[in-house]
Design a binder for this molecule. Structure first.
Ligand SMILES: N#Cc1ccc(Nc2nc(N)cc(-n3cnc(CCO)c3)n2)cc1
Length: 290
C-alpha cells in the first residue's frame, strides 16, 4: 500500500495552487536518518474537505505510484490521514507543472522544438514503463507533467520531467467532469468510464503531445460541454500542427478505434524519428508555426 506519515513530521509552507479536488502546498518533512534529523522539501496534496468521499481514490493513486519506481515517475513518500485531512506527501519538483511552464515560456527560445521533443520522449518512456507493467494511469495531461530541470540549450543539458500521480480516478467522477476533460478523456470512457485502459492512456498521450507543441493553448478550450460531446460524436480531430509527421503521430494516438492506437514502444520510435528528422527546417519557425 503506502507509508503512513505522521502530521508531526510535516511543516506547512506556501500554497502552490490546486489540482482537481485538491490543494497543493510546499512543505517540509522531518525525517531521521541514522538518528539525526533532516528537513526535506515535499509537496503536500490535500484533498478538499468537501470531497472527503474521494479519499479512497486519492489513496489508490498514492498506492499505485508508491509501488513502482522509475526516474520519470513522481516519488510518493506516503499519506497523512488525520481527522478531516487526507494528504498525499510527494517529492517537491522544482519547476512545477508543465502546462503553466509552457504558458510562461511560450515565446522563449529555451522551449524550442528539441526541448519539446525531449519532454515528449521522456513522457513516452514513463508511459512505456507503465504499459509494460499493465498499469493504467488515467490522467495524462500537461498539468500532470512536472519539470524537475529546465534544461539549458547552451550547454545542451536537456530538460527532465516526472509524471505526477493521476489524482482522483475518472472512473468515480461524475459525467460532467468527464465531459469537461474532453479531449484528454478518451471517447470510449465518456459513456462508460470503466473503459479506462492502457489504450485510453494512449489517447490522452496524443492530447498531451498536442498541448506540448501548441504555444500554450488548451485544446477545445472555447467549446461548451455540449459542443465537446458533439466533437466526439462527429469523430472530429484537433487542429493539426503544421508539422505533418507530428500531426500524424498525434492522430494515430487519438484514433477513435482504440485497437488502432500504437503501443508506447512504437510511439517512442516515432518520436526518435521526429528528433532525427529535418526538423531544422522547422526550428527557425516561430513556435506557433509548428
Ligand atoms: N511556482 C511554482 C511551483 C509550483 C509547484 C512546484 N512543485 C510541484 N511539485 C510537485 N510534486 C507537484 C506539483 N504540482 C503542481 N501542480 C500540481 C497539480 C497537478 O498535478 C502538482 N508542483 C514548484 C514550483
Amino acid at each position: 500500500m503506502f507509508h503512513k506519515i505522521k502530521k508531526e513530521e510535516l511543516t506547512w509552507g506556501e500554497s502552490l495552487g490546486q489540482g482537481s479536488f485538491t490543494k497543493i502546498f510546499k512543505g517540509k518533512r522531518e525525517e531521521y536518518i541514522d538518528c539525526d534529523s533532516h528537513q526535506m522539501d515535499v509537496l503536500l496534496k490535500v484533498l478538499d474537505h468537501t470531497h472527503r468521499n474521494y479519499s479512497e481514490s486519492l489513496f489508490e493513486a498514492a498506492s499505485i505510484m508508491s509501488q513502482i519506481s522509475h526516474k520519470h515517475l513522481i516519488l510518493v513518500y506516503g499519506i497523512c490521514a488525520v481527522n478531516k485531512d487526507n494528504i498525499m506527501v510527494q517529492e517537491y519538483v522544482k519547476h512545477g507543472a508543465l502546462d503553466i511552464y509552457l504558458k510562461k515560456n511560450k515565446n522563449k527560445s529555451r522551449v524550442n522544438i528539441s526541448w519539446k521533443l525531449e519532454v515528449a520522449k521522456q513522457l513516452g518512456y514513463a508511459m512505456n514503463f507503465l504499459e509494460d507493467k499493465r498499469i493504467v494511469h488515467g490522467n495524462i495531461c500537461a498539468k500532470n507533467i512536472l519539470l524537475t530541470r529546465e534544461g539549458d540549450a547552451m550547454t545542451g543539458l536537456p530538460p527532465f520531467i516526472k509524471l505526477s500521480d493521476p489524482g482522483i480516478s475518472i472512473t468515480i467522477l461524475p459525467i460532467e467532469v468527464r465531459i469537461d476533460r474532453i479531449p484528454w478523456v478518451a471517447p470510449e470512457c465518456i459513456g462508460n468510464p470503466r473503459n479506462l485502459s492502457l489504450e485510453s492512456d494512449k489517447w490522452s498521450f496524443g492530447t498531451t503531445l498536442w498541448e506540448i507543441f501548441s504555444p500554450g493553448d488548451l485544446p477545445l478550450n472555447s467549446l461548451e460541454p455540449s459542443q465537446k460531446l458533439q466533437f466526439y460524436q462527429d469523430y472530429l480531430r484537433l487542429p493539426a500542427p503544421k508539422w505533418s509527421e507530428l500531426a500524424h503521430l498525434i492522430n494515430q494516438c487519438m484514433a477513435y478505434q482504440y485497437s488502432l492506437r500504437p503501443c508506447f514502444r512504437a510511439i517512442i520510435r516515432d518520436l526518435n524519428r521526429l528528433i532525427t528528422s529535418d526538423y531544422e527546417l522547422l526550428s527557425d519557425l516561430p513556435p506557433s508555426e509548428i
